[in-house]
Design a protein around this ligand. Structure first.
Ligand SMILES: Cc1cc2nc3c(=O)[nH]c(=O)nc-3n(C[C@H](O)[C@H](O)[C@H](O)COP(=O)(O)OP(=O)(O)OC[C@H]3O[C@@H](n4cnc5c(N)ncnc54)[C@H](O)[C@@H]3O)c2cc1C
Ligand SMILES: *[C@@H]1O[C@H](CO)[C@@H](O)[C@H](O)[C@H]1NC(C)=O
Ligand SMILES: *[C@@H]1O[C@H](CO)[C@@H](O)[C@H](O)[C@H]1NC(C)=O
Ligand SMILES: *[C@@H]1O[C@H](CO)[C@@H](O)[C@H](O)[C@H]1NC(C)=O
Length: 350
């Protein structure tokens, strides 16, 4: 171990874990990876977003450069989830029908070209006709989506990382530069997957409140309401219950679940989501969830920063509300940056 060059990954959320796993495929025999993080999947904390996520796969069409980049990352993740769902059931990712009902669709949903760009890659994609949806729904689609049991998936990735020779260290950094001194071997490369991290003025949180219930549901349905707010249900694979959501509250630091929000989420869910017969609008609540999505003005920072003496930090933080959906594409983008600099092998060994 001591003669090895160590690549340090800061963070053990979905971004750090995906990046570490993807990096393991391109290491030189004399390299190893150390994940340094304050939180790992064996713990929960308000400032550790990943275990709180829904999480499902749903395209977000928009005509911005950020949306286009995210869409490329999402499509690569879609392919990765498809493989995992069929080959590794213990990962906690399951294929299921995704349905969207919009009452007041934004302009991009009404543009055929944009719809093709953002939804065209989805298996079984089709628009739903008026006879298939409630009268007030103006735009509706169905496609093959994926649901992720987020705590299970994170634990699975960490297990796999360790099985493949990865090292871990529980540690809270005050500055990413500390990371160059935390391994036994020499460190040239640090990957900064710290989520909301520490001290970037462009970073901010988006509070999300959801409710985890025992009631089973077989599809993930997303509904946009006439006031522009969104509601969704996401079954958690491997008997993890169903997530009913949710709120998006930028810069809201309230750590406590609001009872009023819970009531609203559940009463909407009773009206709109296809829960198994027998529910009759009554929900068996496991717990309220409050999480903080690590967002950043202008989108995620994916960038190499050179440090004196041929060291570098590759930043990959601030993914916002779609960390699972974009995770594998982000990991591939980071690995491409590391590879361009000749810091790992040119070719992946799969
Ligand atoms: C209610 C809710 C619903 C969501 N639904 C979805 C969904 O349906 N689909 C989807 O894709 N996403 C969803 N998300 C978003 C998703 O959870 C995030 O995008 C994702 O978890 C971010 O991952 P991350 O690895 O960047 O950050 P995190 O999971 O927050 O991980 C950050 C890591 O960095 C470490 N770290 C931070 N600072 C330091 C430090 N100073 N020293 C050492 N370590 C440090 C932390 O300990 C942690 O290990 C949802 C989020 C919420 C809250
Ligand atoms: C590891 O191997 C690579 C390629 O063989 C080489 O460029 C690098 O300097 C080596 N690192 C160490 C610490 O020996
Ligand atoms: C949680 O996992 C990390 C990383 O593997 C480990 O360092 C830490 O000791 C574990 N903590 C507990 C309480 O098991
Ligand atoms: C690592 O990322 C955090 C944001 O999470 C940022 O504030 C910090 O500046 C980065 N570290 C360095 C040394 O750039």
């Amino acid at each position: 171990m001591t003669n090895k060059e160590t690549i340090v990954v800061i963070g053990a959320g979905v971004i750090g874990l995906s990046t570490a796993l993807r990096l393991q495929q391109t290491l030189h025999p004399n390299q190893s990876i150390l994940i340094v993080a304050r939180e790992f999947p064996n713990t929960t904390s308000l400032n550790y977003a990943s275990p709180w996520a829904g999480a499902h796969y749903r395209p977000v069409p928009a005509r911005t450069a950020q949306a286009a980049r995210e869409e490329r990352q999402a499509q690569r993740t879609y392919q990765h989830f498809k493989t995992l769902a069929s080959t590794e059931p213990a990962a906690g990712i399951q294929a299921l029908d995704g349905i969207e009902h919009l009452e007041n669709p934004p302009a991009e949903y009404l543009d055929a070209r944009t719809v093709e760009d953002f939804f065209g890659h989805l298996d079984g994609f089709r628009q739903l006709g008026p006879s298939e949806v409630p009268a007030e729904v103006k735009w509706a689609v169905q496609y093959k989506s994926f649901a992720v049991n987020s705590p299970v998936y994170c634990a699975y990735m960490l297990r796999k990382f360790i099985l493949q020779g990865g090292q871990t260290k529980e540690y809270t950094l005050a500055d990413a530069r500390e990371a160059f001194h935390l391994a036994d071997g020499a460190v040239k490369t640090v990957v900064n997957c710290s989520g909301m991290g520490f001290g970037d003025p462009k970073s901010f949180i988006i509070r999300g409140q959801t409710c985890l219930v025992r009631n089973p549901c077989s599809v993930t349905l997303t509904r946009q309401n006439s006031d522009g707010s969104w509601s969704f249900c996401i079954p958690r694979p491997l008997d993890g219950g169903t997530i009913i959501g949710g709120t998006k509250q930028p810069r809201d630091w309230d750590p406590n679940p609001s009872l009023e929000t819970r009531e609203r989420l559940l009463s909407n869910a009773a009206k709109w989501f296809p829960f198994a017969p027998g529910s009759e609008g009554k929900f068996d609540v496991i717990r309220d969830i409050v999480g903080r999505r690590p967002a950043r003005e202008g989108g995620m920072r994916i960038e190499v920063e050179s440090i004196a003496g041929n060291q570098c930090i590759v930043h990959a933080y601030g993914v916002g509300g779609r960390g699972f959906e974009l995770s594998w594409g982000v990991a591939e983008d980071v690995v491409a940056l590391v590879r361009e600099r000749g810091l790992v092998r040119a070719k992946a060994s799969l």
